[in-house]
Ligand binder design. Sequence first.
Ligand SMILES: C[S@@+](CC[C@H](N)C(=O)[O-])C[C@H]1O[C@@H](n2cnc3c(N)ncnc32)[C@H](O)[C@@H]1O
Length: 235
Amino acid sequence: MTVWLVGAGPGDPGLITAKGLELVRSCDALVYDRLVSRELVDEAPEDALRIAREELSQNEIDDLLVTLGREGLEVVRLKGGDPFVFGRGGEEAIALVKAGIDVQVVPGVSSIAAVPAAAGIPLTHRGVADRVRIFTGHGSGEHVEGETIVVFMGLQNLPRVVESLLADGVAPGTPAAVVSRGTLPEQEVVVARLHELPQAAAELDGPALVIVGEVVAMRERIVPALRNQLGLLAG
Ligand SMILES: C[S@@+](CC[C@H](N)C(=O)[O-])C[C@H]1O[C@@H](n2cnc3c(N)ncnc32)[C@H](O)[C@@H]1O
């Protein structure tokens, strides 16, 4: 049995994905966040367990998901927006993988894309803005310098893209990835140190995103099949 980390979308219940809704409609247990709409919670089968996460700490949530997974239930962990954008989905995935429980991620429409669009604000506009910066204003008290850089349409000019990132001060050894045809059955992911990425990804076709930052190395803790490849980024 599987724990599904499902993105509920930004608020409008119609903005959950078809795959996410299908999973909600067939789950044994639904663990949902405060920002998830009531309509989506009501889509779960009548006899499904429904658990609001509101009163639980992150550790308690991780433990709860592990317990439900161990009971052999089909569990949907429904999170606002996308589970991996300021959603602590990575932490939950790592806890489940550590406990040997099958975990799958169903991406959601993140507020980062949906909310500006709904308000009539294009995040990028030719001649006006060619980059977007996102960060959290939520002070956890813990200061982290980490930044994730995502480059759209970067595969064709990858050597130049990498050169410009290095010139901007990004360390050559930073973990980096190219994800081609993401979410499709033909999805391919190449991971390398930033300075080696153009060579490593030379055979890939688009459409692709380039992702640069320490989060790339988290992948080996989130995708169980990669657990034995921990040496991939060594050196
Ligand atoms: C904990 S983060 C979760 C983000 C979520 N995982 C996502 O991908 O959208 C919650 C924050 O996302 C933003 N947010 C989420 N839904 C929103 C909405 N419908 N309208 C405006 N901002 C929203 C707000 O800044 C909110 O405090």
